[in-house]
Design a protein around this ligand. Structure first.
Ligand code: SF4
Ligand code: FES
Length: 362
């Protein structure tokens, strides 16, 4: 087993299965890579079933069925059945556009454990504009009602940015009204499509502070009624987030074409060698693939991370962001106020414009 300075190699707990990059929506902060995989490159049903069995034997407990829009796969019910048969907890992450009530009922029969629906805003016109799809908001409300009618647990996910940051309270009210047991208030993270649209999406420092106060107030007021998870925007933090819980530490992503990635944006770092489930078992990839070992543990770190007491807590932040902002994926995430490149983040956070969204399209 290759450990590359990681000490005991952890087992992954979660697997993000990116079933497809196809999606009818065009969210300008999409976490998919800029170069999207076409349908012809997607893994087939039998390969996904094998991946789920291998994941379970590797120690994975839950699989997030995601995309793109997973509903674009005609075999979504078979894929879900295979994940359940492998003994995994299944969470469907959907835009709700493209999942019919009939498909949802079949998914429920297949044993789907949880549904997560993204909502772009609490106001219909704005929500459809952000999604780049007229009628998306109505479809989301309708599918959410059906999820609750089928007695499946529902999470509403709201990505927060300048166009909706003033309506966090209304978004949480909407999640409650839809019957969600959990709502994720996740500020946009700036890589991939969000990096492309950063100046249009970026809120002001005052808006972010006000949003944090609103979330605290909502948590007090709605305690016991709904769980509110919040992710603060990186650019205004003092320390970076422990991105993906540490590179090659707790989770793995399988891209639509079968490449296995330590995080959803890992392909933005040039020179990494990713292995595919078409040629390797998941265990072999987790333990031995060059990409997973590139930033495992702490041996690869530079100063100030290398001698910092927080290095096992935040793992030096996000590798993709370090590369995007400094050109060096092994640098300290510039979000950290100890980074020699931190001034760059402050400059970028102050850059705002009103350019139209560059929508994510195939
Ligand atoms: Fe984390 Fe590195 Fe900053 Fe220390 S110097 S807080 S390890 S990013
Ligand atoms: Fe790749 Fe943070 S998104 S390490």
């Amino acid at each position: 087993m290759t450990q590359n300075g990681a000490g005991n190699l952890h087992k992954p707990l979660g697997l993000l299965a990116e079933l497809t990059h196809r999606c009818p929506l065009g969210c300008p902060y999409c976490s998919n890579p800029l170069a999207l995989e076409p349908r012809a490159h997607e893994l087939d049903t039998a390969t996904w079933a094998r991946v789920f069995r291998e994941a379970a034997s590797l120690g994975v407990l839950q699989v997030h069925l995601s995309g793109g829009e997973p509903g674009a796969r005609r075999d979504l019910v078979e894929i879900t059945t295979a994940a359940r048969d492998a003994g995994l907890y299944t969470n469907l992450i959907t835009s709700a556009v493209g999942i019919t009530n009939k498909t949802l009922a079949a998914l429920a029969d297949a044993g789907l454990d949880h549904v997560q629906i993204s909502i772009q805003d609490s106001e219909e016109k704005s929500a459809d504009h952000i999604a780049g799809y007229e009628g998306a908001y109505a479809k989301k409300r309708s599918l959410a009602a059906e999820v609750v009618r089928l007695k499946m647990p529902l999470t509403v996910n709201a990505v927060i940015h300048r166009a909706n940051i003033e309506r966090i309270s209304e978004l949480v009210d909407l999640a409650l009204a839809l019957g969600a047991s959990r709502v994720e208030i996740a500020h946009a993270q700036y890589y991939g499509w969000a990096l492309k649209n950063r100046a249009t999406l970026m809120p002001t420092r005052e808006q972010v502070q006000q949003a944090a106060n609103v979330v605290e107030d909502l948590r007090r007021r709605l305690h016991g009624k709904i769980v509110i998870d919040a992710v603060i925007p990186d650019y205004y933090a003092r320390f970076p987030k422990p991105c993906v819980g540490g590179w090659g530490h707790r989770s793995l992503n399988v891209a639509p074409d079968g490449l296995v990635l330590p995080c959803h944006a890992a392909q933005s770092i040039p020179g990494l060698e990713f292995w595919s489930v078409r040629e390797h078992s998941l265990t072999d990839i987790w333990e031995n693939s060059p990409a997973f070992n590139a930033f495992r543990g702490t041996a690869w770190m530079q100063e100030p991370c290398a001698s910092c007491p927080r290095r096992d807590e935040d793992f030096g932040g996000c590798r993709c962001q370090a590369y995007a902002l400094t050109g060096d994926a092994a640098a300290t995430d510039p979000v950290c106020h100890l980074s020699p490149n931190h001034a760059r983040v402050e400059t970028l956070a102050a850059e705002r414009d009103t350019a139209p969204y560059d929508y994510r399209r195939m």
